[in-house]
Design a protein around this ligand. Sequence first.
Ligand code: SF4
Length: 629
Amino acid sequence: MIYGYAGKIALVDLSQQKVEEKELDQEVVELFIGGKGFLYYYGYKNIPPASDPLDPYANRLVVAAGGLAAHAPGASKTGFLAKSPLTRILCDTYAGQVFASKLRMAGYDVLIVYGRSPEPVYLYVENGRIEVRQASHLWGSYTWDTWMAVREETRRGASVAAIGPAGENRVRYANIMVDGFRAAGRCGLGAVMGSMNLKAIAVWGSIQPARADGEGWRKRFVQVYRELREEPSARAWARYGTNDGVSTCARLSMCPAWHWRRPWLSEDEAEKLSGDTVLSRQVPVNVYSRYAGVVWGWACPLKCSKLVSPRVKGLEHIVVKPEYENLAMLGLNPGIMDVDKVLYIQWLVNNLGMDSISYGETVSWLAELVETGVIEPSKLPQPSPSPGFSNPDYVIEAAKLTAQRRGVGAVLAEGEARAAKILGAGENVAVHVKGLEAPAWDPRGRRGLAISYATADIGASHLRGWPPRHEPPSKGPAKDTVADMLRDRDWKALLDSLGLCSFIPYTPAHIEELYAAVTGVRRKAEEMMLVGWRTEALARIHSALAGLTPSQDTIPGKWMEPIPQGPRRGERAVRDERDLEEAIREYYRLRGYHPVYGVPLPETLRKLGLDWAVSDAKKALEAMKQPSG
Ligand code: SF4
């Protein structure tokens, strides 16, 4: 028995409607912990690098509960991984709330789903059993409606991960929505579910995983919960969460406003989408309490989530209080400064089942191309609304067309990099890394952030480590920030592997004590953080075998242009090309990757306990050394 874990993984073949179960391996637990670690281990082992992401017989959807799911305050994160239809490389993405804890209490740590069902289906997982259920009646429905319907058909307390019309139509950045409110947003894993004819996965369980020291765990749980709740930053966090981010990005010149052309905003402008402006739309407690059981992460001590509603007649839908990324990519990026319209757009995009970052970036990019005369609106595939900034109707109508892949939506559904190829224009102003559209923090406002984006294994991600100090890029060489950024990257990877919300101010001691009480194994957080390096090393080998080259460890041209206005006027994401190159080399050096090709070296893999990946790394290196045809 492995204390704390359900001890089982399930492989679900949708084409045969067969389920095979395997025992969780002790050595895999030691090296990979859970959550993110399991995603990369099982993803690496089960998804061939050359596979087509939309081939359901080759790709796999891996779902994993974190090592502390069902055991720790705020263990809210469920991890999903597949080969991304957007970037063609492995990608992990996470959603909050309670799915992971329920999955473990249903008797599983990991689900691996593949194949294509002849008809739309959903999976229902309950107490050691997995059923494949008919879902034709749900096909075409919004993510919220799917959540409600599947709960009715299974259990009211079931947690449901569902796709919307965008996933069904294989929009390359379709997301997976968990319990109506939370998005596993990035990289188009909703399209992978769509390719399998899989509308949803519902989980419910009542099996308590055994803990090594039940009494000790109970005491420590209560103590940690109190400490986290009473932590001085918790009160402010509980009020705003990330939704006061627009004020922050405005002050620090880090906004993506008007498609990255206005990183700095005045206080008056920022106020239109500030945390307090959003909170003025909070819905009354009686409406709120109907959903309260599912709004927060599992046993969360902070409870930053709230519900809000736009004040526009006919559009008064309930939406979860937007994260900064939603406000910035659906508001600032397309220049929409009307909070009610932004809340409505968030509701629509979540219900259609699309990543708000990738959609917001792609639709804003097209607005810039039209505004600057690069593209004639009449030349766009029809139907098409008229692309332009500060035009909510454009963003709303384009979202509906994108989810259906109709007219201009068929182009937008491909994501920015492919859309530029289709239209034959705009790659020079596209803001993506490795094909993944950039999140909402402009690295021209913070030294070293560009290096995190450039080296993140999945493409532009704001969750792969931040440089700890806030300094402008002109302050010093970017390479001096790499070591600290990697430390933050590995800390976040540990939280994702344990399934803990990264907004909660956990300390290494909290993690060490809870993990020991649950599993009976005393480990230092420092040593557990190696999971970040391991998963990244596997991701880089897999990507290299899939054809990615080190030239893609870079940043988009827009971030090399100087900030045009405000206190940080003239700043670029890095000082110059050489500064970027030196920082990337430093990253390869610190990680033990090949100094030119960026592939993990055999001695690095052995040090990480990944000897079995050495021959793949050698193959990847040889492939890179071949002159490309
Ligand atoms: S801190 Fe906020 S986002 Fe994190 S688990 Fe709690 S409610 Fe969810």
